[in-house]
Ligand binder design. Structure first.
Ligand code: CO8
Length: 261
């Protein structure tokens, strides 16, 4: 992996951990960090040693406290639109990485921070995490996919309340409304995310990959098209060694040994 100024990367046992690390601005996403995330996720797509990715925030206090407000302060309308499009493309790259991506939300996940967590497949939050889309307090709507992904995750009514009020919610409330999958004590956050990554990696990799693609594709189309896509990827998996291994292992009453082929 190449070197980064605002991101840290470590990898162990097939899990790549990306830490967004700009402590002086509570890990706010400036343009440099967005460009680095773009490069990081290109590299992760190519890195066969990394099977699952965890994104977290550096320091105790914040996951990501939003887009960098100081950079946006003087933007023109055209610059604002281009900035939103750039970050949206990077978040779509994260969302469509053909490997699971888990957000380990350790603190503030506000604005662009909530949005990047929603581009991940699964969100695990520390009890200290706080979520919100406070953009309306700054005179803008969310621009990194928040109006779209929040409504898809928690439903139209709850999304509109969060978007219109700009209120921050704690991890328990985020769990209650379905924004996060799990809440842990702060000290166990990374271990919980790693344990989930390990469990996912013990399953048939191609099957997991097509589940991700089918959910992502399906949410953008009508049910008829979505289930037709599902039938295709379902059929495709019968061409894998892992389908044979998984079903043989079941019949032989032993654990499967998946190879990802
Ligand atoms: N951008 C830039 N700097 C930030 C940001 C940010 N989003 N958040 C925090 N910082 C900086 C602070 O300015 C401060 O810097 P300094 O020490 O130099 O004064 C440092 O981080 C520490 O922050 P605080 O002193 O404010 O820490 P507190 O513990 O008092 O408060 C909060 C923590 C509540 C998180 C507070 O910092 C805050 O409200 N931050 C802003 C949160 C926010 O509004 N985020 C949304 C940003 S907008 C956005 O994400 C939109 C994305 C789509 C845009 C599309 C555009 C076209």
């Amino acid at each position: 992996m190449s070197t980064y100024e605002n991101l840290l990367f470590e990898s162990e046992d097939g899990i790549g951990i990306v830490t967004i690390n700009r402590p002086k601005a509570l890990n706010a996403l400036n343009a440099a960090t967005i460009h680095e995330l773009d490069r990081m996720f290109d590299e992760l797509a190519q890195n066969d040693a990394v099977k699952t990715v965890i994104i977290t925030g550096g320091g105790e206090k914040s996951f990501v406290a939003g887009a960098d407000i100081t950079e946006m302060q003087k933007m023109s309308a055209v610059e604002g639109r281009n900035w939103a499009k750039l970050a949206q493309a990077v978040f779509s790259k994260i969302e469509n990485l053909p490997k699971p991506v888990i957000a380990a939300v350790n603190g503030y996940a506000l604005g662009g921070g909530c949005e990047i967590s929603m581009a991940c497949d699964i969100r695990i939050a520390s009890e200290k995490a706080k979520f919100g889309q406070p953009e309306v307090s700054l005179g803008i709507p969310p621009g990194f996919g928040g109006t779209q992904r929040l409504a898809r995750l928690v439903g139209k009514g709850r999304a509109k309340e969060l978007l219109f009020t700009g209120d921050m919610i704690d991890a328990a409330e985020a769990y209650r409304i379905g924004l996060v999958n799990k809440v842990t004590v702060p000290a166990e956050l990374l271990n919980t995310a790693k344990a989930m990554a390990q469990k996912i990696m013990s399953r048939a990799p191609v099957a997991v990959q097509v589940c991700k693609a089918a959910v992502n594709e399906g949410l953008d189309v009508d049910l008829k098209t979505g289930i037709a896509y599902e039938a295709e990827v379902f059929g495709l998996c019968f061409a894998t060694d892992d389908q044979k291994e998984g079903m043989t292992a079941f019949v032989e009453k032993r654990p499967p040994n998946f190879t990802g082929k």
